[in-house]
Design a protein around this ligand. Structure first.
Ligand code: PBG
Length: 318
């Protein structure tokens, strides 16, 4: 008994007696009342679509470990960008798979203004100026060892490198790009869920060892907050948590702590698990997709990088 427990109403019995007539189910009973009290909603405005780009023309290569995801040549990437814009998807994130002969110890090909990712960005922006493009600064698709940075002696600076955000901000500002925003991979965890992506960008066979010296230990949560704090101080405009679903607690902590625009990257392994189980009939893949995406909203995300973007955008339209 507490002050909220009413005196037992006359005529109450069974479950009402046990619950003191408190029934949260009343509002769940009908579709209209469920809709009325729904706290979070997924809309097309929440979606960022990561795509993979390769050389060639008319290329649409399936990625075995990611059913429904393809490596696209620039001409087809432009077509997909047009489709995404029509669906209302706000932005794309682009990742290249570059020829192995162009990869070296220092990832130098990333500096080539005419590499496939820079040409893709220009082509997409020319054809679909209204769509946002988020490019990645990590070197892993360009290095012969598949790591994100340059390996010097035993140091492995990289993406997730301390001071990286500040250095990028200063360089952008010094070159007249004050309006280019930075999405910090503030809290990127060393994770097994990146597996299929490495097939997509062709680093699976190259990568020796792991990325534990620069990504966050997945046992840690306070450290993630400190990483984010530093990136904000250095000028990050948005925070990203990666992977997504196993790290909803981190998303919530960052949102509560910093009130920054906060994004989750639902990574390749998360996508493939849902796809594979769905394809086998073990779970309802579409429902699991929607449930996982809404979970990000509930956890405090402003948006989600997800390979499901076009599929879910189609569903939300219908
Ligand atoms: C590395 C990078 C990774 C992903 C995108 N960029 C992880 C990695 O290779 O360690 C993973 C994305 C995904 O799994 O979908 N810079």
């Amino acid at each position: 008994m507490n002050k909220f427990t009413p005196a037992k109403p006359a005529g109450a019995r069974g479950v009402d007696e046990i619950t003191g007539s408190r029934r949260l189910r009343r509002m769940r009973k009908a579709d209209w009342s469920r809709r009325l009290v729904q706290e979070n909603r997924l809309t097309v405005d929440d979606l960022i679509w990561p795509i993979f780009v390769v050389e060639g023309k008319g290329v649409r290569e399936p990625i075995a470990a990611m059913p429904g995801v393809f490596r696209l040549s620039i001409d087809l990437a432009v077509k997909e960008a047009e489709r995404a814009a029509k669906l209302g998807i706000p932005a794309l994130a682009t990742f290249p798979n570059v020829d192995i002969s162009l990869r070296d110890q220092t990832g130098s090909h990333i500096l080539d203004p005419d590499n496939v990712i820079n040409r893709a960005t220009r082509a997409i922006k020319d054809a679909v100026p209204q769509i946002g493009i988020i490019t990645d600064a990590a070197l892993d698709p360009f290095t012969s060892h598949g790591h994100d940075g340059i390996l010097r002696d035993i140091i492995a600076p990289s993406d997730m490198m301390d001071g990286r955000i500040g250095a990028i901000r200063d360089a952008l500002d010094a070159n007249g790009f004050q309006d280019v925003a930075i999405m910090s991979y503030a809290t990127k965890f060393a994770s097994a869920f990146y597996g299929p992506y490495r097939e997509a960008v062709g680093t699976a066979g190259l990568l020796k060892g792991d990325k534990k010296t620069y990504y966050i230990d997945h046992a840690n949560s306070d450290e993630a907050v400190r990483e984010a704090e530093q990136d904000i101080a250095e000028g990050a405009d948005m925070l990203m948590v990666k992977p997504g679903l196993p790290y909803l607690d981190i998303i919530r902590r960052l949102k509560d702590e910093f009130q920054m625009p906060t994004f989750a990257y639902q990574v390749s392994g998360e996508y493939s698990m849902i796809k594979a189980a769905g394809a086998n009939g073990w779970i309802d893949g579409e429902k699991a997709m929607l449930e996982s995406l809404l979970a990000f909203k509930r956890a405090g995300c402003d948006g989600i990088l997800t390979y499901f973007a076009p599929e879910v955008a189609e569903m939300l339209k219908g």
